[in-house]
Write a protein that binds this ligand. Structure first.
Ligand code: AR6
Length: 172
């Protein structure tokens, strides 16, 4: 069952910070981040971010799940992209996914990417992801981005996000 954007908004339940925030509260950032635990292949948004590898030709983990759900046309488009450098990203259509596009990122680059098969520590990855998203949303380039949804798969990852989000998005 695919959550709507409104349901995603309504599911934003953030716990109070346990330590001092790293960034000051900013009213314009209210309601622009959400945390959702579930399968990213079910999420109906403009773009989801895939934890790909440099070939962009699929693999295990979330990459395998996204290719299975999107259908073979995704692999066809990926074959035309000539791979992607580590730390970079390339965008495709979403095909049979509810998401309109897939941003294929080759870790380390985006939330929770590299913390599965590649073994990067989730706490470090989460600090980086939250700091980068906070800075991007505040930037000129990011001002039109309506919302970032951090979609986590594991309960442990959800706990890390619940603990750290208030450090970067205090006052929500
Ligand atoms: N749905 C949503 N999230 C998932 C799913 C799923 N079905 N499966 C895993 N995750 P990983 P990496 C979460 O291992 O470490 C592939 O073979 C997982 O809990 O998918 O960047 C690629 O082709 C974690 O939070 O990616 C590359 O070769 C996140 O997805 C390599 O693995 C990333 O874990 C990339 O390894």
């Amino acid at each position: 069952q695919i959550p709507t954007i409104r349901q995603l908004f309504d599911r934003t339940v953030l716990k109070p910070a346990t330590t001092e925030p790293h960034f000051p509260p900013l009213a314009s950032l209210l309601d622009r981040v959400s945390l959702l635990r579930g399968d990213i292949t079910h999420v109906d948004v403009d773009a989801i971010v895939n934890a790909a590898n440099r070939s962009l030709l699929g693999g295990g983990g979330v990459d395998g799940a996204i290719h299975r759900a999107a259908g073979p046309d995704l692999l066809e488009e990926c074959r035309t992209l000539d791979g992607c450098d580590t730390g970079g990203a390339k965008i495709t259509e979403g095909y049979e996914l509810p998401a309109r596009h897939v941003i294929h990122a080759v870790g380390p680059a985006f939330p929770s990417i590299s913390t599965g098969v590649y073994g990067y520590p989730i706490e470090d990855a989460t600090h980086i992801a939250l700091a980068e998203v906070r800075q991007f949303l505040e930037s000129e380039q990011g001002k039109d981005l309506e919302r970032v949804v951090f979609v986590v798969f594991d309960e442990e990852d959800e706990e890390v996000y619940e603990e750290l989000i208030p450090l970067y998005f205090p006052g929500q």
